[in-house]
Design a protein around this ligand. Structure first.
Ligand SMILES: Nc1ncnc2c1ncn2[C@@H]1O[C@H](COP(=O)(O)OP(=O)(O)OP(=O)(O)O)[C@@H](O)[C@H]1O
Length: 324
């Protein structure tokens, strides 16, 4: 049984609600399915506004889903009331994109790291030991140099390391890392991603890694989910999708360099021309059809392609690959 199962998840935000106005919805997540085993890493990629953050926050149940199903450790938590979700909150954590706003500026590093342990009623002596160990694990050493510091006294990279230490100090079983390095200096990104990878692997933590940059996913990902306008357009084992991307959108994201190591093809990335569509009134049929070089008139613009398994574990939502 997978640790996490997500079935046809939808998160729609009502907009423009007025007395005489019909309710419209931003369909930020509009039918996404995937599974994650313990310790597995799923990279979620897609352009800005494709619904990645909303997906991550919904799966953590920080946002209430509109439809679909989320099952964690065999328990259906889709619509569970917040009051009954304490165990889920204690099993999960998030690493945020912005290390400058995600840490409370009035708290010391020691308190920032201790707080989740206090909530879990860990005794003071044990808390102190765990905090020191957490700092050592993210290489903020010697820990004594950091305990009494406030976030503004740290560099961006150091702050993100504190954010990582805080997310992992309670040994969650599942974390969402939302663009954890995109605001950091390019020179330290790979190092921080490797550190996240080694800690999640050491503690067997399942992870959803959200990024718009497919090249960074190769440091971590076992599986890849490609999102376009709220939809999962391709999903499968990371190497299989990179080696043989099937959806024209995925193909456009991955430059097909003739390199024997498929992960090296990720260095150059083309973005398909055109604008992502409106999530309030998405195009009929396949949402990518207005930008797709292989669009079949009368088919792709009429009917929405379902996500189907075309090779073992490799799914795509594209009429070019679905036998009728
Ligand atoms: N609370 C909300 N109310 C209304 N619309 C929202 C809300 N949150 C997100 N959206 C909209 O949902 C869509 C998806 O946003 P989301 O942040 O999930 O995308 P993303 O892929 O994570 O983008 P980025 O890479 O820029 O963070 C966007 O059009 C956004 O404006």
């Amino acid at each position: 049984m997978p640790l996490l199962e997500v079935h046809d998840l939808k998160t729609w935000f009502p907009v423009g609600r007025g007395l005489f106005k019909p309710v419209k919805y931003v369909k930020a997540v509009d039918g996404v399915s995937f599974t994650l085993d313990a310790g597995e890493v799923l990279a979620v990629i897609g352009e800005s506004g494709s619904g990645k953050t909303t997906l991550g926050r919904t799966v953590l149940r920080l946002i209430r889903p509109t439809a679909g199903k989320i099952v964690f450790d065999g328990k259906d938590i889709t619509y569970a009331p917040d009051a009954s979700l304490k165990w889920y909150r204690f099993s999960t954590a998030m690493i945020f994109q912005d290390p400058f706003s995600s840490l409370n500026p009035y708290h010391t590093v020691q308190y920032i790291l201790e707080e989740p342990l206090i909530l879990r009623k860990v005794p003071p002596q044990e808390r102190r030991e765990l905090v020191v160990k957490a700092l050592e694990e993210v290489k903020l050493v010697p820990p004594e140099d950091f305990l009494k510091k406030y976030p503004h006294m740290l560099s961006g990279g150091q702050r993100q390391l504190v954010g990582i230490a805080r997310a992992l100090i309670t040994r969650p079983r599942f974390i969402v890392a939302d663009e954890p390095v995109s605001m950091l200096d390019v020179s330290i990104r790979a190092e921080i991603l490797s550190l996240i990878r080694s800690l999640q692997s050491k503690y067997n933590i399942a992870m959803m890694y959200i990024t718009h940059d497919i090249a960074t996913a190769k440091y971590l990902a076992d599986k890849l989910l490609v999102m376009y306008a709220g939809k999962a357009v391709e999903y499968g084992p990371f190497r299989d999708v990179i080696k043989e991307p099937l959806h024209p959108y995925t193909q456009a994201l991955i430059e097909a360099l003739p390199d024997p190591d498929p992960t090296n093809r990720l260095k150059i990335r083309k973005v398909p021309p055109g604008e992502p569509p409106s999530l309030v009134n998405p195009p009929t049929g396949c949402r990518f059809h207005p930008r797709c070089p292989y669009m079949i008139k009368g088919e792709c613009d009429k009917e929405e392609p379902p996500l189907v398994e075309v090779k073992r574990g490799h799914y795509v939502a594209c009429w070019l690959h679905i036998k009728r």
